[in-house]
Design a binder for this molecule. Structure first.
Ligand SMILES: Nc1nc2c(c(=O)[nH]1)N[C@H]1C(S)=C(S)[C@@H](COP(=O)(O)OP(=O)(O)OC[C@H]3O[C@@H](n4cnc5c(=O)[nH]c(N)nc54)[C@H](O)[C@@H]3O)O[C@H]1N2
Ligand SMILES: Nc1nc2c(c(=O)[nH]1)N[C@H]1C(S)=C(S)[C@@H](COP(=O)(O)OP(=O)(O)OC[C@H]3O[C@@H](n4cnc5c(=O)[nH]c(N)nc54)[C@H](O)[C@@H]3O)O[C@H]1N2
Ligand code: SF4
Ligand SMILES: [Mo]
Length: 742
């Protein structure tokens, strides 16, 4: 039984389950949690939490969670010691790389990594020690287009403009549902109130989404858009802004290059030509452009729905351009860069994230471009399954569940099952880790200290907060960062790296740990104590003295100082993006191809009580009405002979799944929606509760060949599918069988 590290019974910390960074207050009694509530004194979240916060306790206490490393044997999973597990991992990776080359090892890193400063800080050390080019992560099923646009326009992959939701008078939201997701690349706890406050100030919220989401439900206006056509719509919006009102760059005019090419590019993208494809009437587009332009302040924001599509990078580029040409960039009420206390962009080199880099090498099979040293995860399956030199034969995954989170999950299942050796750093035996030879489970969130180095840098207000561990981890447990460091050290030793230097680095890093690095980063940061003890400012110690966190004020203009391009200018028209516009023209304008009659396009969705694939084992969150349903518009349901609650078979190029139908006007005609993160019914998954609510995986339908051609990000939005009633399918199969045998 773990003992509380802090004697008092009230503990203040930050929930790390999503990007909102809610302050929570955890009450314990005799080493057990008795309640989890919102912390009213947290200067950022002011008491807000969502129903997921209680999962922190349930995950910690979950009997299915692994407490020590396990090895898969012919007769099942067997516990083994940490020493043995770490030694074997390093030894097998080393042997496989020696025999088949360094790229024979692949690595996939998942989303929870970004929610743990230890993992974030030590991952680069591990990746360097793995020496492979076959690095993949959840970035390429998520925000890679944002990173690419930021890198090309502002010079750093994490110089991502954040909507100033608390001051804007007009917010145009595309492909995001913050009421379910609690905001993304826009950490904003209590986002519903923040959106309502825009309306109370006399402003407007407009949502553009193929589904009338919870967020659309509280907006002033909702526009249906045909999935995958946002780049075309955004271009037509830009067209009106440039042709009617004219660009209003203000002081940014002096700092930007490429406006003339943008005007030229936007010339033929009229709302009238876009309308048949997007489904948004031309006069509505013109009106929205006028509203954006006339508003005292305004911001356009687009997230997963416009990032995970065939023109993802273009969408993020256009969104930045719209904010710039309306004069809302780097300005209160518009889109601004943050100024975080631990500065991953402008801090000392050793503590900063790399700025990015594009297409310096390509994947072996399909020649997809790298970004920041990573390859698109859509290529992972084929890199394992396609013979030839450089084929991946061993995998390491950490905090990821690519079998259900990345496209063509069945192919990846098959690929992972064929590996010579696989190791997963993960607390659960799930759809992905069941293929592992060894699983190395880390400590839980409550056994670690916590600091959001990523999300403070992506938040709608500058704040900073440190959370000490709530429970002391047992002697037989390891943090993610410790596992990373141990593997790095072992691999380097096996390769014969200089012994003394290797040992010294290892000991120094171990002694420093994430909190040591955090302290150095805070001191060196913009609010830091700068190693001069008498000067006031932030350090780890000063943060520890403020258990609710510290407010550092609203987002403020920071240009040109914050730009990271070599010439310190904004690149409005980067070559890579400009060159891609012909693809948009070819796809829509030149073909003049309107949507096909009867075409069905699949989109995903998130629910407030889900968190990607890994909270379905929490009984308090999964209970209630089944959520893994296929939303179908009544007109389509009628045409296809589907009725409420009936099972439907959904088929795409890569697979087929079956789910109950929910007939609803929430989705637009021609669009169907399934949530992602389900599909726990696969053999060998050890999630007892999730197994009872298994659902099916949308990523058994999404296509590893459907990509944003520029960034390589998966294009989940608008997968072409066919849908038929399961009953009829069964009947036809039966009839077919009868006629075959008869
Ligand atoms: N409760 C909960 N919260 C989460 C998560 C979770 O799984 N559950 N996941 C976390 C993660 S990892 C992330 S990245 C964030 C994501 O945060 P959000 O981006 O807010 O996530 P979604 O709710 O998926 O919103 C995407 C929206 O895009 C719409 N959409 C789909 N296709 C298109 C299209 O072609 N065009 C347009 N305009 N819209 C489209 C969908 O209908 C959906 O409403 O959420 C985070 N927070
Ligand atoms: N169709 C479709 N697919 C999608 C999306 C979509 O909108 N539609 N969204 C995409 C997005 S935005 C994302 S971010 C990805 C997520 O993709 P992934 O990151 O691959 O998947 P998760 O479901 O977040 O799985 C997290 C894994 O980490 C483990 N884990 C949890 N906490 C820890 C920890 O502290 N340490 C370690 N070592 N492991 C931990 C969990 O057990 C689980 O196995 O999914 C993507 N997939
Ligand atoms: S909104 Fe996110 S950070 Fe806040 S309590 Fe819910 S899961 Fe945790
Ligand atoms: Mo994500």
């Amino acid at each position: 039984m773990s003992k509380p590290a802090v004697p008092s019974e009230l503990h203040f910390r930050t929930c790390n389950l999503c990007e909102a960074m809610c302050g929570i207050q955890i009450e314990t009694s005799q080493g057990r949690i008795t309640s989890i509530r919102g912390d009213e004194e947290d200067p950022f979240s002011k008491g807000h939490i969502c129903p997921k916060a209680v999962a922190l306790q349930d995950l910690h206490e979950d009997p299915d969670r692994l407490r020590h490393p396990v090895r898969r044997t012919a007769t099942g999973w067997e516990p083994i010691s940490w020493e043995e597990a770490l030694d074997e991992t390093a030894r097998r990776f080393h042997a496989i790389q020696r025999e088949h080359g360094k790229d024979a090892l692949g690595v996939y890193v998942g989303n929870p990594t970004v929610h743990d400063h230890g993992a974030m800080m030590f991952l680069p050390f591990l990746l360097r020690a793995l020496r492979t080019r076959n690095k993949f992560s959840a970035s390429s099923v998520d925000q890679l287009p944002h990173q690419l646009a930021a890198f090309l326009m502002f010079g750093h992959q994490f110089l991502i403009p954040i909507p100033d939701i608390d001051h804007t008078r007009y917010m145009l939201i595309l492909g995001a549902n913050p009421l379910a997701s609690n905001g993304s690349l826009m950490s904003a706890p209590g986002v519903r109130d923040r959106l309502k406050a825009i309306q109370k100030r006399g402003g407007r919220v407009v949502v553009v989404d193929p589904r009338k989401t919870e967020t659309a439900g509280i907006a002033d206006e909702h526009l249906f858009i045909r999935p995958g056509t946002d780049a075309l719509w955004l271009f037509s919006l830009l067209h009106v802004l440039l042709e009617e009102a004219g660009p209003k760059l203000g002081r940014l005019a002096e700092l930007s290059d490429g406006l003339a090419s943008i005007r030229e590019l936007a010339r033929d993208f009229t709302p009238e030509r876009a309308a048949p494809h997007t489904g948004v009437p031309a006069d509505t587009t013109r009106r929205i452009a006028r509203e954006l332009s006339a508003s005292e302040s305004a911001v356009c924001y687009g997230r997963v729905g416009v990032s995970t599509q065939a023109f993802g990078a273009m969408c993020q580029w256009l969104i930045n351009l719209i904010n710039i040409v309306t004069g809302n960039f780097d300005r209160q009420g518009g889109a601004l860069f943050t100024r975080p206390a631990f500065d991953v962009v402008g801090g000392p080199r050793a503590m900063s994230m790399n700025r990015g880099g594009f297409a310096r090498f390509r994947s072996r099979v399909r020649a997809l471009p790298e970004f920041a040293g990573e390859l698109p995860v859509s290529a992972l399956g084929e890199e394992i399954l396609t013979d030839g030199p450089g084929r991946i034969r061993a995998m390491l995954t950490s905090a990821g569940n690519p079998v259900v989170s990345t496209p063509n999950g069945r192919q990846l299942d098959k690929a992972l099952a064929s590996l010579d050796f696989m190791v997963c750093i993960d607390p659960y035996i799930n759809e992905t880790t069941r293929h592992a030879h060894l699983i190395l489970p880390p400590t839980t969130h409550l056994e670690r200290s916590h600091y959001d180095i990523a999300f403070h840098a992506l938040a709608v207000r500058n704040t900073t907060k440190y959370s000490p561990p709530l429970f002391t981890p047992g002697p037989d447990s390891r943090h993610d960062w410790e596992i990373f460091l141990e593997l790095k050290h072992r691999l380097e030793t096996l390769r014969g790296a200089p012994r003394v230097r290797g040992e010294l680095t290892y000991r120094a890093l171990k002694a420093l740990g994430p909190d040591g690095i955090l302290d150095l980063g805070l001191r060196a940061g913009p609010y830091g104590m700068k190693l001069r003890p008498l000067r006031k400012g932030l350090s780890l110690a000063s943060l520890k003295a403020k258990p609710h966190g510290v407010d550092l004020g609203p987002l403020k203009p920071s240009l040109p100082g914050r730009l990271a391009t070599k010439d310190r200018r904004i690149h409005l028209a980067p070559d890579v993006l400009v060159a891609d516009v012909h693809r948009l023209r070819r796809t829509f304008l030149e073909a003049e191809r309107a949507p096909e009659e009867g075409e069905l396009l699949l989109i995903g969705r998130r629910h407030l009580r889900d968190n990607n694939s890994w909270l379905h084992n929490v009984p308090r969150l999964i209970k209630g009405k089944p959520r893994c349903t296929l939303m179908v518009h009544p007109e389509d349901a009628r045409r296809l002979g589907l009725s409420e609650g009936e099972e439907a078979v959904i088929t795409s190029r890569v697979g087929e799944v079956q789910a109950p139908v929910n007939v609803t006007e929430e989705v637009m005609p021609g669009v169907v929606s399934l949530p992602h993160g389900y599909g726990h019914g696969r053999e060998g998954v050890r999630l007892r509760v999730a197994g009872e609510h298994a659902g099916v995986s949308i990523n058994d339908l999404t296509d590893d060949r459907a990509l944003d051609a520029i960034s390589g990000n998966a294009a989940f939005s608008g997968v072409q599918v066919r849908v038929r009633p399961a009953a009829r399918a069964a009947r036809t199969d039966e009839q077919l069988e009868q006629s075959a045998t008869g």
